[in-house]
Design a protein around this ligand. Structure first.
Ligand code: PRP
Length: 181
């Protein structure tokens, strides 16, 4: 019995489909950045498995850094801002930056991240969102690479958590609705 079988409703995206899509995205990114290489900026913590897989699917020079921001809960929404809680280690000025997010919902987190990165004057600034919930979007954002559009259900696995657990599942699944009551 899987350690998560008591919380999984159904598998939405299988491990095989995830890995196939990662290879496709890696090929596309390798082609698009063939002249410059690419600097990945992963947004902690959900992007960790994605960044690890994507790095190995890219076949041009690649560097990586991570950023963490506070979650966009009701309190932050009232204040109108998200906070950086772990900044980048490296300067992005003049570099071809690709921000890597596990999921985009409202777009508010990403909109904040893009604003602070743009001010640091990278050579280029693009976004990869492995999962995209366009139904929840509040701000329109340019997303260059999307893995899968997804419905509004609560999902776990491949970086996505329920109470900080289940990020290690190699597939993406819906959570049992009874847990959200
Ligand atoms: C998730 C995700 C994005 C953000 C998207 O992070 O990784 O950063 O929410 O939401 P938005 O589009 O509505 O702003 P979360 O706060 O769950 O943190 P985690 O990655 O550490 O789980």
């Amino acid at each position: 019995m899987n350690f998560a079988s008591d919380v999984i409703d159904k598998v939405l995206i299988s491990e095989q489909d995830i890995q196939t899509r990662i290879r496709e995205l890696g090929s596309q990114i390798s082609h698009d950045y063939r002249m410059t290489g690419v600097h990945l900026v992963g947004v902690l913590k959900g992007s960790v498995p994605l960044v690890a897989d994507l790095l190995r699917a890219i076949h041009v020079p690649v560097t990586v850094d991570f950023l963490a921001v506070s979650g966009y809960g009701p309190a932050e929404r009232r204040r109108g801002s998200v906070r950086v809680i772990k900044d980048l280690d490296q300067n992005v000025a003049g570099r071809p930056v690709l921000v890597v997010e596990d999921v985009i919902d409202t777009g508010l987190t990403l909109s904040y991240i893009l604003r602070i990165l743009r001010a640091r004057q990278p050579a280029s600034l693009n976004v990869l969102a492995f999962l995209d919930r366009p139904g929840l979007r509040l701000v329109d954002l340019p997303i260059r690479y999307v893995g899968f559009p997804i419905p509004d259900d609560f999902l776990i696995g491949y970086g996505l958590d329920y109470q900080e657990r289940y990020r290690n599942l190699p597939f993406i699944a819906t959570l049992k609705p009874s847990l959200l009551d």
